[in-house]
Design a protein around this ligand. Structure first.
Ligand SMILES: [Zn+2]
Length: 261
């Protein structure tokens, strides 16, 4: 069971919930996707990505589902058991469709994943009602309300927001995410907590702070922040860091599932 040693930053979202953020380590992809690239569509070989995703499913204890992320606010709800099998399935589903947030109920028997390399991965769970969720919060999705959107869908699926626990994963921090001043102002109108300044004194956005503010405003019971900056810490994939050196890079994931009974 070598995949039990998959290096994952685990977070506690309540009893019977498995959740964490993968790192670059533990996969089969070569540079520049080294090595646990979980993203299709970044020019890595699809067979390698699927092999990496199987390792993620094994860690999670459930077959993991990803969406095609489009920087929007659509939510896909998975509430029935899929036709295919568990983590050992040879040909898992590549995507459940275009969406930046996913909700799964206990009846779905699947895990959820959100792919990132600087955007904010958000993991959510209400252990009591057995509802878990993910959200991909980049600048546009956050400003347009992807966090309140996923919370509304969780509530509609039976979650009690006052019992929901959330984790805000590794992402570009407010001291690194430089943007034009006009862009900072535009986003801060919708999400005031994002207003920030880089460590070198220019306009910036703090996306993790914006996500945390949305979660707290909705009355979520607990919000855990990892405070890991993907640009500064090369254990995680970073689109910004890769672009600086003219390279492409992989995607890591936030993963959440109810533990199998
Ligand atoms: Zn930083």
């Amino acid at each position: 069971m070598t995949t039990d040693r998959l290096p994952v930053l685990e977070v506690d979202l309540g009893p019977g919930v498995r959740a964490g953020f993968t790192t670059r380590a533990g996969g089969v992809s070569p540079s520049p996707w080294d090595s646990l690239n979980l993203g299709l569509g970044v020019h890595d070989d699809a067979a390698r990505v699927r092999a990496n995703r199987r390792r993620a499913s094994t860690w999670l204890g459930r077959s993991v589902r990803f969406s095609t992320q489009v920087h929007g606010t659509e939510v896909v709800v998975l509430d029935r058991e899929p036709a295919d099998g568990g983590p050992g399935d040879a040909d898992p589903v590549d995507t459940v469709g275009d969406a930046d947030a996913l909700v799964a109920t206990g009846a779905s028997a699947v895990g959820l994943g959100v792919l990132v390399a600087d955007c904010v991965p958000v993991l959510l769970a209400d252990a009591g009602s057995g509802v878990v969720a993910t959200a991909h919060a980049g600048r546009r999705g956050l400003a347009d309300g992807v966090v309140p959107a996923v919370l509304r869908s969780m509530a509609a699926a039976g979650a009690d927001l006052r019992s929901v626990r959330a984790a805000v994963g590794p992402a570009v921090c407010g001291a690194c995410y430089e943007v034009p001043a006009t862009m900072r102002d535009e986003v801060a109108v919708a999400r005031p907590a994002t207003w920030s300044t880089t460590s070198w004194g220019t306009a910036a956005l703090d996306l993790p702070a914006g996500v945390a503010a949305d979660l707290e405003a909705a009355g979520v019971a607990s919000v855990e922040r990892t405070h890991v900056c993907t640009v500064e810490d090369d254990r995680w994939f970073s689109h910004r860091r890769a672009t600086r050196s003219g390279a492409t890079t992989g995607r890591f994931a936030g993963l959440v599932a109810l533990a199998p009974a």
